[in-house]
Design a binder for this molecule. Sequence first.
Ligand SMILES: *[C@@H]1O[C@H](CO)[C@@H](O)[C@H](O)[C@H]1NC(C)=O
Ligand SMILES: *[C@@H]1O[C@H](CO)[C@@H](O)[C@H](O)[C@H]1NC(C)=O
Length: 313
Amino acid sequence: MAATTGAQGKGLIHTAACLIIGDEVLGGKTVDTNSAYLAKFCFSAGINLKRIEVIADDESEIVEAVRRMSNNYDFVVTSGGIGPTYVVFFVRCLDELTVGLRHDDITYQSIAKAFDLPLKQHDAAFERMKRLSKPHPSQPNFDWNTPSAALTAKKRMIILPYNDSIADEEQVIFTDDQLWVPVACVNGNVHILPGVPRLFERMLDGLKPRLLPRLTDPEGKGVLRILISTPLPESAVAEYLTQLAARAEPKGVKVGSYPRWGKENNTVTLVGRDVEFMESIVPEVEKAVQGHRVAVEGEDDPAQADPKKTEVA
Ligand SMILES: *[C@@H]1O[C@H](CO)[C@@H](O)[C@H](O)[C@H]1NC(C)=O
Ligand SMILES: *[C@@H]1O[C@H](CO)[C@@H](O)[C@H](O)[C@H]1NC(C)=O
């Protein structure tokens, strides 16, 4: 049975899940960065990201995962499987970035199957594609009006799962004027994004204005994360942090400790919404762990020893 309650996608967004579809990731050929981007996006939007799964480009895996996630979480994002790097298709972004999208991926068809939906060619998306994409240099004779294998491949990318009973703009979302690739939204809450990181990030950011009215803590304004860099090893601060966590818990504030591999200093974090309480304990925590507050993890590392700073948003 398909999970088609039709009730998803209306209420407040409390929880999210991320489905990374990609043999390339599982095969070690690509490193997934999209889930990390989504995690930061959710954190700053006050959405509780509950799950990230990486699965193969396999229909039954995709069907099972999207049904379950659509049922269990308010906001579901899939990445890949309409995605990267066979040079078949070119998309033009604002900055003239061109990326190849692969035509043989199975995400759309698998997700359509998961929710018993037909696949339909989306004419508005096709028009945008014609307007915004330029043919690959290897296809100088390509013509939008002459049938060819290349044209068929391109068209597959705008043949989307479609429910005739749902308003078009709720299921085919154009996130920006310069991109023809839409976010297909299925069963009210499953958002299908490409795996190409530049596109994924940009399209996810483009969804934000639509999500805002449904966020419980828009812009994550109420969620504050304070970072304190400490030269003490975790074992030396554990006892203090345990008693601090007990005191902070009734205020809804979480205390964390993050050893940093190969680095001199570790990070203690305070995460919560009670800004007043959190600010009031900073001096005490700094003193107890012999550290100091930093804006970004690693900002006090000696420059040459750590060229690549790790940001904690
Ligand atoms: C299509 O959308 C309607 C309205 O939300 C819903 O009741 C129906 O179950 C959906 N159909 C499928 C196959 O998902
Ligand atoms: C470690 O933390 C101490 C105390 O906050 C700070 O003075 C020092 O610069 C930091 N050192 C390194 C290497 O990060």
